[in-house]
Design a protein around this ligand. Sequence first.
Ligand code: 13P
Length: 256
Amino acid sequence: MPHRPYIVGNWKMNGSRAMLAEARAIDRAAARYPDVQVALAPPFTLIGALREAVTAMGVGGQDCHAQTKGAHTGDVSAAMLVDTGADVVIVGHSERRKDHAESDAVVKAKAEAALAAGLGIIVCVGETLEERDAGKAEAVVAGQVDHSLPAADVASDAVAAGKVAVAYEPVWAIGTGRVAAVCDVVAMHAAIRGRLLALYGESGAKVRILYGGSVNAGNAAELLAAEGVSGALVGGASLTAEAFLPIVAAAGTGEA
Ligand code: 13P
C-alpha cells in the first residue's frame, strides 16, 4: 500500500453526546496506530465536542455548502466546519446525492469550497445496482470522478499534500451487509486512478482511494490488502469502538 492508510468513520445521522465515550476510546486506540490516519465524521451537532474530546484522530463534517455564508437556512459552510474544529469533510455521499438531489456539479462546488477553507476532502462516488447490472458501473463512476472532483487549478496544492481522497462506495453495498467482490473493487479503483491521473497529472497518484460499503471487522483485512485500496470509509461499524478498532488495526501495524 503506497499511501498512509486512511480509515474514516461516517456516523451519518447517528450520535449524541453520550457517544463521545466511544469516540474517546477510538481516539486512544488510534494513537497506538500512528501509521494509520484515522478520522470520525459525526453529525454537525457533535463536531465541536468531538474536537475537544480527541487528540490523535481527525474530525470531519459529512457535508458543507458551496457558498461561504448567506441566506441558506439549515446549511453549514466549509469555513464554519473549520471554525468548529473539523479538518476534513465528506462531500457527494450517495445519501446526499439521493436525498438532496446533489448533482456532480454541486458536489464539485462543495469540494472546491472545502479546499478553499483549508479542509481535506473525501469525495464519494459509486454506482447503483441497476447501473452495475447493466454493465455501466465503470462508466458511471468515471463520470462522477471527472465531474465531482475539484478542478486541477484549484486542487493542485491539496492533491500534492495528500488532502484529497476519493471514496468508492457502491450504493448497493452501503448498509446492506453485501460487500463488493475484491476483484471488482480492485478493477474500479484502477479505473478511478486512471481518471485521477488524467485530471491531475502525475500528482493524481497521491489521491487516496478508499473503499466503503459494509466494511467490518471480518472483511477489512482482505479489502485493505487489495491493490489500489488506500483505506476505508465506514458507516455502521464506526459507531462503536468495539466494531471500529479492528478495522483500524487491520490497516496498520500498530505499536501496542
Ligand atoms: P456502511 O459501512 O454502514 O455500509 O456505510 C458505508 C457508508 O456509506 C460510509 O460512508
